[in-house]
Design a protein around this ligand. Structure first.
Ligand code: RIB
Length: 308
């Protein structure tokens, strides 16, 4: 099970508040901490903790955050030799506010993640070939995702693209990759701008079918507490999620996508891989943080199979 993740590394600067401030308002926070994040690195840690062998391809700046992020990934046993340090650049940061209700707001400044150099392009070309599964998101230059997806496709690698954050310019990838995993808020670039009512099962199933007809990738849409809508052997399906106490939804999508990659690389049927991934996401939302909230294999297996 070799998984390559091409994507972002950010230091998350997280404030917890009772209620997120409105524009022009100042509120007094409850706590502040810096924790490793970035959608790419989060997915790498998710997949590694679930038992895959994981290589991360990305870029950090030559600052203390870059050093800390690499150290943290190394401690998780993720292969980091294909992460380049960009001289004179800042490491990506995400300024995250989380309120008591669990709602959050994120401002990301991508810094080194967005640097384009021949050296990085060469490094990613070398690293994507040969993996069982390649994971992509939307926090690095789109051009690099495109190069990696095309190379992976040529070598029959399964490509899972988490189109987050939503980006109109990137949808051509949906005709190259194997699976796309948007959440309900990231659908607009694919289906047009309308409110998705996650309570309307019929509408959700219609939409997932429409997505399947419009692009060659198989859609797997995460709907938070409502579950996951997907197309299996041509049929739209809804995997219902069991209710849990949500404390923090940051990186829940990353837990899901990293786990989906593990399930697929282990040869699970799509519906089984989604069940596995959904459990990983639901454990993640019951904890604070991004990488630190990713579940281990035994935690997910315990939910799947009961105590061993
Ligand atoms: O998906 C969660 C991640 O998005 C955070 O860790 C933050 O870095 C942002 O990129």
């Amino acid at each position: 099970m070799d998984i390559t993740v091409l994507g972002s590394l950010n230091m998350d600067l997280v404030t917890r508040v009772q209620t997120l401030p409105k524009v022009g308002e100042t509120v007094s926070g409850i706590s502040f901490e810096t924790t490793p994040g970035g959608k790419g690195a989060n997915q790498a840690v998710a997949a590694r903790r679930l038992g895959a062998s994981v290589s991360m391809v990305g870029q950090v700046g030559d600052d203390i955050y870059g050093v800390e992020l690499l150290k943290s990934l190394r401690s998780e046993d993720v292969y980091v030799e294909n992460i380049l340090t960009s001289e004179g650049m800042q490491t990506g940061v995400a300024i995250i506010g989380i309120e008591d209700s669990g709602l959050n707001s994120i401002t990301a400044v991508y810094g080194a993640n967005m640097v384009e150099t021949p050296a990085f392009e060469e490094s990613l070309r070398q690293s994507v070939v040969g993996a069982d599964v390649l994971l992509l998101q939307n926090e690095i230059p789109h051009r690099y995702n495109l190069i990696a997806a095309k190379l992976a496709k040529e070598s029959n690698t399964v490509v899972i693209w988490d189109p987050a954050p939503a980006n109109e310019q990137s949808i051509e990838l949906a005709d190259i990759v194997t699976f796309i995993t948007p959440n309900e808020h990231e659908l607009a670039p694919f289906i047009g701008d309308f409110d998705v009512d996650v309570d309307n099962v019929e509408l959700i199933l219609n939409m997932v079918s429409r997505l399947d007809d419009s692009f060659s990738a198989t859609p797997v849409i995460t709907l938070g507490e409502k579950g996951v809508a997907f197309v299996d052997k041509g049929k739209p399906k809804l995997h219902k999620a069991a209710p849990v106490d949500v404390v923090d939804t940051v990186a829940a999508g990353d837990a899901f996508t990293g786990a989906l990659a593990v399930g697929i690389s282990e040869g699970l049927e799509l519906s089984e891989a989604i069940r596995f991934a959904n459990l990983a996401g639901s454990i993640c939302v019951q904890r604070h943080g991004a990488q630190i909230a990713m579940p281990t294999r035994s935690e997910v297996d315990e939910q799947l199979l009961g105590p061993q």
